[in-house]
Design a binder for this molecule. Sequence first.
Ligand code: LLP
Length: 380
Amino acid sequence: MKEHLNTFEQYKTPFFWYDVTLLENTLKTIKTESDKYGYHVHYAVKANANQPILRKIEEIGFGADCVSGNEVLASVQAGFSHDKIVFAGVGKSDDEINIGLDTNIFCFNVESIPEMEVINELAAKKGKIAKIALRINPNVNAATHHYITTGLQENKFGINMWEMEDVLSALERLKSLQLIGIHFHIGSQINNLDDFKGLCLRANEIQEWFYKHQIIVDHVNVGGGLGIDYDNPDANAIPNFEAYFKVFSDHLKLRPKQELHFELGRAVVGQCGSLITKVLYVKKGVETNFAIVDAGMTELIRPALYQATHKIENLTSNKAENRYDVVGPICESSDCFGKALMLPETQRNDIIALRSTGAYGEVMASQYNLRTLAKAYYSK
Ligand code: LLP
C-alpha cells in the first residue's frame, strides 16, 4: 500500500481505492479453478456494483447475481448478457419483476409461493414464460456472524422443505412459470470449508426428494459465501478457490447434464478495495489516544454493524508504535474502526488505509450527517 502514497496524496480523502491488477488476478484464478469442473460463476453484484468492476467481471465471462431491479439494469449496462443474469431476493417488487421479465433474464430465484404467483401473473400479462429456481432453505448452520447467516429455518430466506409439496402443486397451476433450478445460500464470510460440505450433503438429500417426485432440474445453484482473510490481506490476497470448488466436486452429487452455479461476491472483490482516509486530529484519551479520521461509518459500516475488523495501516508514519482507537467523525459511538490498536505514532494529515473494503464497503455507504459520498479511484 505504501507504494501508492504519492498517488493517494493527490486525491481528496476519504475515497475508495481499487487495485485492478489484483482484481484481474483474482478473476483469472476463479476462472481457472471453476473451469476445471465446468462450473458457472455469477458474481453477486451486491458486493460492489461499480461499473468498472462489473465490466472487468463481465469480460472474463462470469454472469451476474442481482437482488434488485437496479442491479439488473446496472449489469445490463456493464455488458452482462441477459441470459447470464439471475435475480434473487425475498421482496421483489412488481416493477423489479417486470425489469427482469423485460430483460429476459436467465432465471428468477424465487423465495415463496406468493412471489411465484405474482411472477406468474406478470409474465402471463407479457405473454412470457418466466424461468425460476426455487431458493430452498437448507437449514444448514454456517459459522459466521448471526446477521449474515441465511440458511437456517429461522431466517426469512428461502422456501422450507416442509412446504415443498405445496410448491409443486402451485407449479402445476402457474402455467407461466418454468422450473429450471434449485438454489441455496447458507451465509457469507464462511472460512470453514466444512460448512460448504454440509451444504452439499443436504443438497444431495434435497435432490433425492425431488427425484422421488420425478423432478430433475437443469441446474443447482449453491450461492456464495466464501470468506476472505481480513487480518492478512497481503498474505492471502486471493482466497483458496481451488479448495473451495473441490469441496463441491467431491461432495455434491449432480445428475447427468445438471449444471452447477455459484454466486460469489466477497471473495471476488473484497481484497481489491481499500478505504483511504486522512487523520484529522489526534486526541488524548485516558487509556488510549484517539486518531480521528475523515472516513466514518458512512463510508464503511461493517465494523459498526457486524463488529467486523478491517486491517488499519498508517501509510505515512514510520515512527515507534503507540496505542490508538481509530474513530470516524460521525456522531455515534459505534463509529469506530478499531480499539486499542498499536500503530506508528500518528499525527494530523497522516494517510490511513482501511484494507479489504472492496466488498460491502462502497455499496453500503450512506449520507448520514449529510455527508458527501466518497469517490472511487482505480489503479489503472
Ligand atoms: N447469494 C445470495 C443469495 C446472497 O444473499 C449473498 C450475500 C451472496 C450470494 C453473496 O455472498 P458472498 O459470496 O459475498 O458472501 N453486508 C454483509 C454481507 C451480506 C451478504 C448478503 N448476501 C457484510 O458486509 O459482511
